[in-house]
Design a protein around this ligand. Structure first.
Ligand SMILES: *Cc1c(COP(=O)(O)O)cnc(C)c1O
Length: 470
């Protein structure tokens, strides 16, 4: 007897799946025709489990109607809200193949783990880490930060796994550091009061203030655990001077972690952007995402740890039923479960591997470089339209105010209204952020589909929205 969990008719399934694949390819190929739209009013009903099965509808018809149209918009060429990658055609292949082999990447002896090692190693080389450095693919930079800071915590207190966190750890980051660092510090039981926010100027943490704070904390009997440098701040796209931070970390004997969620990928951009992340190769750990500026599907991030022994010491713990072997399926040492939180793990490496093998590394360098060029162009176009940049464009992020002559309150209201109007009309997606007390429009360009024409059309739309609002 066959299981009810297999298709009753494989031929019918095959033709349904083929047709659906065709429609998925069309939607990706014609991404510019599919901006974000609000989910349907009756979403709760539409997605309720079991309702439609009884009506005999094919799954693929429901996907056409209820799923494909209501995406988050980040596949569209004029989507620059937050920092969200576009996805790639190669992800279709990876999704299909991934579903076929159904990897559990926690360990054992199979191809996906070797592939993950290859992806980690490729990234290690790009980031300038030494041979033998270690890594693990995770959901994203938020998780990678927890993993990296757990390694840092173990270095600061060798007994932390058995005894828990001793009082008195402190961490250091620029005042614009991403919330992910704060959350990681909370999760590790250190408490975010121990995160010293060092004032930054020109987007960089002040080096002498950092040094002073570390010395002061130490003099007060505290235990400086980690400096968190940022390569690509989420708000404004700023880069800490990572060489300066690495100097301080080595003088003061403190772990240096770099949040490089998207900005780490300037390592493969052309000049002048490449040099923004100089010094990243001196970090003890890096957290980065493939799902942002390497454009692959969610979710896909990496924790990269310089010293494999420290990485393993922070996580390895295998009970008898998970013991490895020299041969057979229980082989394949080392196992990824010894380098992170998860025992069972999906196959994230396949997305990156398919992308790099399909398009080649050079295509990614070009796309990242072009995104920086487009942000620079956007900055120029903002000024030429009589609007104002609220922070210089250093990488791929452009923040601006549509009408700099108004009061801060009026500017904030106007910018928020413009962002909303353009999202609702499907013309372009900007998000907003606060700079010097003004809510401004923000474009973070991690979009391989964006062109000059998109930037110009979007700014024309901003001017028009401003006219009809003001
Ligand atoms: C997005 C981002 C994060 C969080 O990464 P996730 O992949 O969303 O978990 C952390 N830091 C920076 C600078 C980011 O842009």
């Amino acid at each position: 007897m066959t299981s009810n969990l297999d298709p009753k008719d494989w031929a019918a399934f095959r033709s349904q799946a083929h047709n659906l694949l065709d429609r998925c390819i069309t939607q990706i190929a014609e991404a510019q025709q599919h901006p974000w739209q609000s989910p349907p009013e009756d979403a709760a009903e539409r997605y309720a489990i079991g309702r439609h099965q009884s009506e005999g509808n094919e799954l693929s018809a429901r996907i056409d109607e209820d799923v494909l149209p209501y995406h988050g918009g980040n596949t569209h060429p004029r989507f620059w809200g937050w920092v969200q990658g576009t996805g790639l055609a190669s992800d279709l292949i990876a999704g299909m193949v991934g579903a076929t082999i159904n990897t559990n990447g926690g360990g054992r002896n199979h191809g996906a783990n070797e592939m993950e090692r290859a992806v980690i190693d490729w990234t290690r080389v790009k980031m300038g880490f030494p041979e033998g450095a270690s890594g693990i693919m995770v959901a994203g930079t938020s998780q990678a930060t927890v993993i990296a800071l757990q390694c840092a915590r173990l270095r600061a207190q060798g007994t932390v796994r058995s005894e828990g966190t001793q009082a008195g750890f402190t961490c250091y980051a620029a005042d614009g550091v991403h919330n992910a660092t704060r959350k990681a510090i909370e999760l590790l039981g250190i408490g975010h009061n121990a995160l010293r926010l060092i004032p930054s100027s020109d987007g960089q943490m002040g080096a002498s203030a950092l040094r002073e704070q570390i010395r002061k904390d130490r003099a007060n009997g505290l235990c400086p655990m980690a400096i968190v440098g940022t390569a690509g701040s989420v708000d404004l796209g700023g880069f800490d001077d990572l060489n300066a931070l690495a100097d301080i970390a080595s003088e003061e004997n403190v772990w240096l972690h770099v949040d490089g969620a998207f900005g780490a990928w300037t390592r493969i951009a052309d000049a002048p952007w490449r040099s923004l992340s100089d010094g990243i190769e001196r970090a003890d750990s890096i957290a980065l995402d493939f799902h942002k500026w390497m454009y692959v599907n969610y979710d896909c991030g990496l924790a990269l740890i310089r010293d494999e022994a420290e990485h393993r010491a922070a996580f390895a713990a295998r009970p008898a039923y998970l013991q490895g072997a020299d041969q057979g399926l229980a082989g394949g040492d080392p196992w990824f479960c010894d380098y992170g939180i998860d025992l069972s793990r999906g196959n994230r490496a396949l997305k990156v591997w398919c992308a790099l093998e399909m398009f080649g590394e050079e295509a990614f360098s070009e796309a990242i470089t072009r995104n920086c060029e487009l942000a620079r162009l956007m900055g120029q176009e903002v000024i030429s339209r009589g609007m104002a940049l609220l922070s210089p464009v250093t990488s791929n992020i452009c923040v601006f105010s549509a009408d700099p002559d108004q009061t801060p309150e009026a500017q904030s209201a106007l910018n928020s209204k413009i962002a909303l109007d353009l999202q609702l009309s499907g013309e372009a997606v900007f998000s907003t952020t606060d700079v010097n007390g003004i809510t401004c429009l923000r474009a973070a360009i991690v979009n391989h589909r964006s062109t000059k024409e998109d930037v110009i059309a979007a700014l024309d739309a901003v001017v028009q929205a401003k006219g009809s609002t003001g």
